[in-house]
Design a protein around this ligand. Structure first.
Ligand code: ZN
Length: 286
Protein backbone atom coordinates (compact mmCIF):
# COMPACT_ATOMS: atom_id res chain seq x y z
CA UNK A 1 0.00 0.00 0.00
CA UNK A 2 1.14 3.40 -0.86
CA UNK A 3 1.27 6.80 0.71
CA UNK A 4 2.67 9.50 2.59
CA UNK A 5 5.38 11.98 3.33
CA UNK A 6 6.55 11.45 6.91
CA UNK A 7 6.24 14.43 9.19
CA UNK A 8 9.92 14.71 10.13
CA UNK A 9 13.05 14.76 8.08
CA UNK A 10 15.47 12.27 9.51
CA UNK A 11 19.05 13.32 9.43
CA UNK A 12 20.39 9.81 8.78
CA UNK A 13 18.02 9.22 5.90
CA UNK A 14 19.15 12.54 4.54
CA UNK A 15 22.82 11.63 4.78
CA UNK A 16 22.22 8.26 3.12
CA UNK A 17 20.12 10.00 0.48
CA UNK A 18 22.90 12.46 -0.25
CA UNK A 19 25.43 9.62 -0.44
CA UNK A 20 23.23 7.68 -2.86
CA UNK A 21 22.71 10.73 -5.00
CA UNK A 22 26.37 11.66 -4.98
CA UNK A 23 27.14 8.15 -6.20
CA UNK A 24 24.31 8.09 -8.73
CA UNK A 25 25.14 11.44 -10.22
CA UNK A 26 28.88 11.30 -10.40
CA UNK A 27 29.50 10.81 -14.10
CA UNK A 28 31.52 7.59 -13.81
CA UNK A 29 29.25 5.83 -11.34
CA UNK A 30 26.38 3.55 -12.19
CA UNK A 31 23.75 2.31 -9.79
CA UNK A 32 24.36 -1.19 -8.67
CA UNK A 33 22.13 -4.15 -7.85
CA UNK A 34 22.85 -5.39 -4.33
CA UNK A 35 20.81 -8.54 -3.59
CA UNK A 36 19.98 -9.36 0.00
CA UNK A 37 18.21 -12.66 0.86
CA UNK A 38 15.88 -11.30 3.55
CA UNK A 39 12.11 -10.84 3.75
CA UNK A 40 11.36 -8.04 1.26
CA UNK A 41 14.71 -8.65 -0.45
CA UNK A 42 16.07 -10.63 -3.38
CA UNK A 43 17.94 -13.95 -3.32
CA UNK A 44 20.48 -14.21 -6.12
CA UNK A 45 21.18 -17.90 -6.74
CA UNK A 46 23.52 -19.45 -9.29
CA UNK A 47 21.56 -22.28 -10.89
CA UNK A 48 23.67 -23.50 -13.84
CA UNK A 49 26.90 -23.03 -15.81
CA UNK A 50 26.95 -20.21 -18.30
CA UNK A 51 27.19 -22.73 -21.17
CA UNK A 52 24.08 -24.65 -20.08
CA UNK A 53 20.77 -24.07 -21.84
CA UNK A 54 18.46 -21.74 -19.98
CA UNK A 55 17.19 -23.56 -16.90
CA UNK A 56 13.59 -23.48 -15.69
CA UNK A 57 13.30 -22.14 -12.16
CA UNK A 58 10.27 -21.64 -9.92
CA UNK A 59 9.75 -20.25 -6.43
CA UNK A 60 6.48 -21.08 -4.70
CA UNK A 61 5.20 -22.27 -8.09
CA UNK A 62 5.99 -19.02 -9.93
CA UNK A 63 8.62 -18.61 -12.66
CA UNK A 64 11.51 -16.36 -11.57
CA UNK A 65 13.81 -13.97 -13.41
CA UNK A 66 16.93 -15.60 -14.90
CA UNK A 67 20.04 -13.84 -16.11
CA UNK A 68 22.84 -15.38 -18.13
CA UNK A 69 26.18 -13.92 -17.08
CA UNK A 70 29.79 -14.75 -17.81
CA UNK A 71 29.99 -17.01 -14.74
CA UNK A 72 26.64 -18.76 -14.93
CA UNK A 73 22.87 -18.58 -14.98
CA UNK A 74 21.50 -16.71 -11.99
CA UNK A 75 17.98 -16.73 -10.55
CA UNK A 76 16.80 -13.47 -8.99
CA UNK A 77 14.10 -14.47 -6.54
CA UNK A 78 11.80 -11.87 -4.98
CA UNK A 79 11.08 -12.68 -1.32
CA UNK A 80 7.77 -11.35 0.04
CA UNK A 81 7.90 -9.37 3.30
CA UNK A 82 6.14 -12.24 5.10
CA UNK A 83 8.72 -14.86 3.99
CA UNK A 84 9.74 -16.92 7.03
CA UNK A 85 13.40 -16.65 7.99
CA UNK A 86 15.32 -19.92 7.50
CA UNK A 87 15.79 -22.46 4.74
CA UNK A 88 13.72 -22.02 1.60
CA UNK A 89 14.04 -23.59 -1.83
CA UNK A 90 13.70 -22.94 -5.50
CA UNK A 91 12.76 -25.69 -7.94
CA UNK A 92 15.14 -26.10 -10.86
CA UNK A 93 14.07 -28.04 -13.94
CA UNK A 94 10.89 -28.69 -15.89
CA UNK A 95 7.59 -29.02 -14.06
CA UNK A 96 7.24 -32.57 -12.72
CA UNK A 97 10.98 -33.26 -13.06
CA UNK A 98 12.58 -30.53 -10.98
CA UNK A 99 15.11 -30.69 -8.15
CA UNK A 100 14.99 -28.50 -5.05
CA UNK A 101 17.86 -26.07 -4.54
CA UNK A 102 17.93 -24.73 -0.97
CA UNK A 103 18.89 -21.23 0.03
CA UNK A 104 18.82 -19.33 3.33
CA UNK A 105 16.65 -16.32 4.14
CA UNK A 106 18.13 -14.13 6.87
CA UNK A 107 16.35 -11.81 9.29
CA UNK A 108 15.71 -8.13 8.69
CA UNK A 109 14.05 -5.76 11.15
CA UNK A 110 11.98 -2.98 9.61
CA UNK A 111 11.10 0.02 11.79
CA UNK A 112 7.60 1.09 12.82
CA UNK A 113 6.21 4.31 11.36
CA UNK A 114 3.25 6.06 13.02
CA UNK A 115 1.26 8.42 10.85
CA UNK A 116 -1.81 10.58 11.23
CA UNK A 117 -4.20 10.70 8.29
CA UNK A 118 -6.81 13.47 8.31
CA UNK A 119 -9.35 11.72 6.08
CA UNK A 120 -10.64 8.74 8.17
CA UNK A 121 -11.98 7.08 4.97
CA UNK A 122 -8.39 6.60 3.86
CA UNK A 123 -7.68 4.61 7.06
CA UNK A 124 -10.97 2.70 7.36
CA UNK A 125 -12.79 2.97 4.03
CA UNK A 126 -16.60 2.97 3.82
CA UNK A 127 -18.14 -0.42 2.99
CA UNK A 128 -19.23 1.12 -0.31
CA UNK A 129 -15.58 1.73 -1.23
CA UNK A 130 -14.42 -1.77 -0.26
CA UNK A 131 -15.73 -3.41 -3.45
CA UNK A 132 -13.77 -0.89 -5.50
CA UNK A 133 -10.65 -1.42 -3.38
CA UNK A 134 -10.91 -5.23 -3.73
CA UNK A 135 -11.35 -5.01 -7.51
CA UNK A 136 -8.35 -2.68 -7.77
CA UNK A 137 -6.22 -4.99 -5.63
CA UNK A 138 -7.07 -7.96 -7.88
CA UNK A 139 -6.22 -5.93 -11.00
CA UNK A 140 -2.84 -4.92 -9.61
CA UNK A 141 -1.99 -8.46 -8.46
CA UNK A 142 -2.77 -9.70 -11.97
CA UNK A 143 -0.57 -7.02 -13.58
CA UNK A 144 2.43 -7.64 -11.36
CA UNK A 145 2.15 -11.44 -11.57
CA UNK A 146 2.56 -11.64 -15.35
CA UNK A 147 5.68 -13.18 -16.83
CA UNK A 148 6.75 -11.55 -20.09
CA UNK A 149 9.50 -13.79 -21.35
CA UNK A 150 12.18 -11.43 -22.69
CA UNK A 151 15.88 -11.23 -21.76
CA UNK A 152 16.61 -8.84 -18.88
CA UNK A 153 20.16 -7.59 -19.35
CA UNK A 154 20.35 -5.32 -16.30
CA UNK A 155 19.09 -5.77 -12.76
CA UNK A 156 19.99 -2.25 -11.66
CA UNK A 157 17.34 0.45 -11.90
CA UNK A 158 17.38 4.23 -12.05
CA UNK A 159 15.57 6.21 -9.36
CA UNK A 160 12.47 7.54 -11.20
CA UNK A 161 12.91 11.07 -9.80
CA UNK A 162 15.60 12.93 -7.92
CA UNK A 163 14.76 13.89 -4.36
CA UNK A 164 15.19 12.99 -0.72
CA UNK A 165 14.38 9.34 0.01
CA UNK A 166 11.66 9.89 2.62
CA UNK A 167 9.76 6.70 3.62
CA UNK A 168 11.80 3.56 3.09
CA UNK A 169 10.50 0.14 2.08
CA UNK A 170 9.17 -2.23 4.76
CA UNK A 171 8.10 0.33 7.38
CA UNK A 172 5.49 -1.28 9.63
CA UNK A 173 2.72 1.25 9.53
CA UNK A 174 0.29 2.46 12.13
CA UNK A 175 -2.31 4.92 10.79
CA UNK A 176 -4.15 6.91 13.48
CA UNK A 177 -3.20 4.25 16.03
CA UNK A 178 -4.37 1.31 13.85
CA UNK A 179 -1.91 -1.21 12.38
CA UNK A 180 -2.08 -1.35 8.59
CA UNK A 181 -0.17 -3.05 5.79
CA UNK A 182 3.58 -2.33 5.67
CA UNK A 183 5.05 0.17 3.23
CA UNK A 184 5.83 -1.82 0.09
CA UNK A 185 7.74 0.85 -1.79
CA UNK A 186 10.19 3.70 -1.53
CA UNK A 187 9.00 7.31 -1.27
CA UNK A 188 10.88 10.17 -2.86
CA UNK A 189 10.09 13.72 -1.75
CA UNK A 190 9.48 15.73 -4.92
CA UNK A 191 7.28 18.74 -5.66
CA UNK A 192 4.11 18.24 -7.70
CA UNK A 193 4.74 18.20 -11.43
CA UNK A 194 8.24 16.66 -11.25
CA UNK A 195 9.03 14.45 -14.28
CA UNK A 196 8.92 10.74 -13.39
CA UNK A 197 11.18 8.55 -15.51
CA UNK A 198 11.11 4.85 -16.40
CA UNK A 199 13.58 3.06 -14.07
CA UNK A 200 14.53 0.68 -16.93
CA UNK A 201 13.36 -0.37 -20.38
CA UNK A 202 9.93 -1.95 -20.40
CA UNK A 203 6.34 -1.97 -21.52
CA UNK A 204 3.55 -0.04 -19.80
CA UNK A 205 0.99 -2.58 -18.54
CA UNK A 206 -1.44 -0.47 -16.52
CA UNK A 207 -2.41 3.20 -16.25
CA UNK A 208 -5.11 3.66 -13.66
CA UNK A 209 -6.62 5.92 -10.99
CA UNK A 210 -6.82 3.89 -7.77
CA UNK A 211 -8.41 4.49 -4.37
CA UNK A 212 -5.22 4.38 -2.29
CA UNK A 213 -2.50 4.81 -4.90
CA UNK A 214 -4.18 7.51 -6.96
CA UNK A 215 -2.93 7.89 -10.51
CA UNK A 216 -0.65 4.95 -11.13
CA UNK A 217 1.59 3.55 -13.88
CA UNK A 218 2.97 0.00 -14.03
CA UNK A 219 6.00 -0.76 -16.23
CA UNK A 220 6.91 -4.38 -16.96
CA UNK A 221 10.70 -4.73 -17.31
CA UNK A 222 10.43 -8.42 -18.29
CA UNK A 223 10.32 -11.83 -16.57
CA UNK A 224 8.16 -10.67 -13.67
CA UNK A 225 10.38 -7.63 -12.94
CA UNK A 226 7.88 -4.78 -12.58
CA UNK A 227 7.95 -1.14 -11.41
CA UNK A 228 4.94 0.82 -10.18
CA UNK A 229 4.87 4.59 -9.64
CA UNK A 230 1.88 6.27 -8.02
CA UNK A 231 0.31 9.38 -6.46
CA UNK A 232 0.90 10.97 -9.87
CA UNK A 233 -0.75 14.14 -11.11
CA UNK A 234 -0.59 12.97 -14.67
CA UNK A 235 0.41 9.87 -16.67
CA UNK A 236 1.98 10.51 -20.03
CA UNK A 237 1.89 6.94 -21.33
CA UNK A 238 -0.66 4.31 -22.34
CA UNK A 239 -0.91 0.54 -21.79
CA UNK A 240 1.09 -1.40 -24.36
CA UNK A 241 3.56 1.44 -24.92
CA UNK A 242 7.26 0.53 -24.94
CA UNK A 243 9.41 2.87 -22.82
CA UNK A 244 13.17 3.31 -22.49
CA UNK A 245 15.14 3.73 -19.30
CA UNK A 246 15.10 7.43 -18.36
CA UNK A 247 12.11 8.33 -20.53
CA UNK A 248 9.54 10.59 -18.84
CA UNK A 249 6.39 8.54 -18.19
CA UNK A 250 4.44 10.74 -15.75
CA UNK A 251 4.42 13.79 -13.44
CA UNK A 252 4.40 13.57 -9.66
CA UNK A 253 1.44 14.64 -7.54
CA UNK A 254 -0.51 13.73 -4.42
CA UNK A 255 -3.44 11.70 -5.77
CA UNK A 256 -4.90 8.86 -3.65
CA UNK A 257 -3.87 8.35 0.00
CA UNK A 258 -1.05 10.89 0.23
CA UNK A 259 -0.44 13.66 2.75
CA UNK A 260 1.40 15.75 0.20
CA UNK A 261 3.16 15.57 -3.16
CA UNK A 262 5.72 12.78 -3.42
CA UNK A 263 6.59 9.81 -5.57
CA UNK A 264 5.91 6.27 -4.37
CA UNK A 265 7.86 3.62 -6.27
CA UNK A 266 7.31 -0.12 -5.85
CA UNK A 267 9.35 -2.91 -7.45
CA UNK A 268 8.06 -6.46 -7.87
CA UNK A 269 9.86 -9.70 -8.67
CA UNK A 270 7.86 -12.93 -9.23
CA UNK A 271 4.85 -11.07 -7.82
CA UNK A 272 6.57 -10.08 -4.54
CA UNK A 273 7.11 -6.46 -3.54
CA UNK A 274 10.82 -6.04 -2.85
CA UNK A 275 12.95 -3.14 -1.63
CA UNK A 276 13.62 -0.73 -4.54
CA UNK A 277 16.76 0.51 -2.72
CA UNK A 278 18.46 -2.83 -3.54
CA UNK A 279 18.43 -1.88 -7.24
CA UNK A 280 19.88 1.63 -6.83
CA UNK A 281 22.75 0.83 -4.48
CA UNK A 282 25.90 2.93 -4.85
CA UNK A 283 28.61 1.12 -6.81
CA UNK A 284 30.86 -1.13 -4.72
CA UNK A 285 34.06 0.46 -3.41
CA UNK A 286 37.12 -0.33 -5.48
ZN1 ZN B 1 4.87 5.20 -0.34
Amino acid sequence: MCDIVPPKKHFITKVIGIAVFAALHSPAAHAHFAPEAVPGGVAEIRVANAEAPRPQVRFDGRPVLLQQRRNGWFALVGLPLDTPVGDRQIDVGPDGDSRPLPFAVGPKAYPVQKLTIKNPKMVTPDPADLARIDAERARQIDIRSRFRDVPVARADLDLPAEGRLSSRFGLRRVFNGEPRAPHTGLDVAVPAGTPIRAPADGVVTLVDDLYFNGKTVFVDHGQGFVSMVCHLSDAGVSPGQAVRRGEVIARSGSSGRATGPHLHWSVYLNGAAVDPALFIAPPPAR
